[in-house]
Design a protein around this ligand. Structure first.
Ligand SMILES: Cc1cc2nc3c(=O)[nH]c(=O)nc-3n(C[C@H](O)[C@H](O)[C@H](O)COP(=O)(O)OP(=O)(O)OC[C@H]3O[C@@H](n4cnc5c(N)ncnc54)[C@H](O)[C@@H]3O)c2cc1C
Length: 461
């Protein structure tokens, strides 16, 4: 039976459901030539197109997007902005321990540049710099938070470690046993407004942007790459793939990234009285420490966005109907009301799913194809709202052979990410892992042991 809170839910991203959505650009028709072609109009592709055009205003920069700008992952996130370009400090310490200081510095510079870009392009995307809070949902998880706290202090972060009372004074949930509140350079944003602002900025600096223009085929002809869309062709010396975990005809890409679908919901705007039941005066985005993590934030009009429920489909043939079925969100609704039982009278206005470009290093990577004439940039593993700006820079520096750029001297740019076993092995691994997610914390047993072994194999959870 459908949950009563889902009676009038629209199965579409709340962020994209807005009259402020810009007009759709025309599709690519006929033949043209470009200095750089960017494939994919999410955050990575938009930042890459802007940066390429600004680096050399004389060069023609073309961006082709299969559907509409931001209708991939970029119009669907929770919208928590984080400093890290490595999916968090602990992941940086796990993957590139010797480069951690430089990666931290690159993350800081990226966030400063992100803020500057919003200002200079006049993008109003409801940004709130309120930090991010990680809440321990079991007493035992407080020790994990303490370790994370010490690691952050070592690296100069402004952090507060909160006990249960202090955590609940921030966001009142009976599940919270403590929390870590990072107060610097992180916050929340309206992701669609960001993407639409970047689209306007790209057009303003002179990027030629074509929507409803999926790349169907790419071939090498002499020095050129020739990209075919249904009714257009574009020749170029350099191509930048910003296509997330979509299939674009390069098998190696899909061996490195895996398309995991995550699900998320928006409530109706809370009344002042409902909001008072949760507190949340500092309006931070939050994650919890559950293995199948839940996360949330407030919007400008005081809705709660609440997410964290993953599915995987064999061969990554995702099922669009899945996101339109109330049953898909049953576990998430349950998690919401366990987190905020005092909001028993709240209803959900929107629910949607979106792709997570999961990779084994848990952070953005760049790989080169066609002898270096093309690069592919993705792998944010659910953390790309701000890191995508850095991913664009790293991808362009690799594409243009700018060896002196700071990240090019580090393993983040020099090393790719490992292959994830394909086909049935991938499917089976994902299925067992997602079954183990439900219960690994509460029940332990084989579920916890499985999650531990998957982590030991180098897959981030
Ligand atoms: C539910 C959910 C919650 C999230 N929450 C957060 C969060 O709170 N904070 C955070 O930092 N990150 C979050 N993320 C991750 C973040 O949204 C992504 O990391 C980021 O949007 C990736 O941007 P992208 O441009 O690389 O990919 P995308 O936005 O997916 O862009 C890829 C684009 O390529 C296009 N494309 C694909 N194939 C072709 C083709 N053949 N030809 C042309 N174009 C093509 C697609 O249509 C798409 O528009 C979340 C993601 C999801 C799904």
């Amino acid at each position: 039976m459908t949950h009563p809170a889902f009676a009038n839910t629209r199965f579409f991203p709340f962020w994209l459901d807005s009259p402020a959505a810009p007009a759709v650009e025309p599709e690519l028709r006929g033949e043209r030539r470009a200095g750089v072609v960017v494939i994919g109009g999410g955050f990575t592709g938009l930042w890459a197109a802007i940066q390429a055009k600004e680096a050399d205003p004389r060069q023609e920069v073309v961006l082709i997007e299969a559907g509409k700008v931001a209708h991939g992952a970029s119009g669907r996130p929770c919208g928590i902005i984080s400093t890290s370009i490595m999916h968090g400090l602990a992941n940086a310490a796990r993957v590139f321990p010797k480069d951690i200081d430089q990666l931290e510095e690159l993350g800081r510079l990226n966030l400063d540049g992100f803020q500057r870009d919003l200002e200079r392009f006049g993008i109003d995307a409801d940004v709130e710099w309120n930090g991010e809070l990680t809440a321990a949902i079991e007493p035992g998880h407080v020790d994990v938070l303490r370790e994370d706290y010490e690691l952050h202090l070592e690296h100069g972060h402004d952090m507060l470690l909160l006990d249960a009372g202090e955590a609940r004074a921030q966001i009142d949930s009976p599940l919270f046993h403590g929390a870590l509140w990072g107060r610097q350079r992180s916050g929340t944003i309206h992701p669609a407004k960001l993407a639409w602002g970047l689209k306007a900025a790209a057009l303003k600096v002179g990027v030629k942007l074509y929507e409803n223009s999926p790349l169907e085929r790419i071939v090498e002809e002499g020095q050129d790459l020739v990209l075919h869309t249904p009714v257009g062709v574009v020749r170029t010396a350099r191509a930048f793939f910003a296509t997330g975990c979509a299939k674009v005809g390069i098998g190696d890409i899909n061996r490195r990234v895996m398309n995991v679908q995550d699900h998320i919901m928006a409530t109706e705007p809370l009344t002042a009285e409902q909001l008072a039941r949760v507190g949340w005066q500092n309006r931070q985005g939050f994650y919890d420490t559950r293995t199948q993590l839940n996360y949330g934030r407030l919007t400008k009009d005081n809705r709660i966005i609440f997410g964290g429920s993953v599915t995987y489909h064999y061969g990554e043939h995702t099922d669009p109907d899945e996101n339109r079925r109330p049953e898909t969100y049953a576990g998430l609704v349950d998690a919401f009301f366990k987190t905020f039982p005092q909001l028993h009278d709240v209803k959900f206005s929107h629910a949607w799913g979106g792709p997570i470009d999961y990779c084994s290093r848990g952070s953005v990577f760049v790989t080169r194809y066609f002898g270096g004439k093309a690069v592919f940039v993705a792998g944010y593993t659910g953390f790309g709202v701000a890191a995508s700006r850095f991913g664009a820079t790293m991808g362009l520096n690799t594409l243009f052979g700018r060896k002196d750029a700071p990240e090019q001297k580090l393993d983040i740019a020099r090393k790719g990410t490992a292959w994830i076993p394909p086909g049935i092995l991938r499917w089976l691994g994902a299925k067992i892992t997602f079954i183990a997610f439900d219960g690994a914390d509460a029940e332990g047993g084989w579920k916890r042991a499985w999650i531990k072994s998957v982590k030991a194999l180098g897959f981030p959870m």
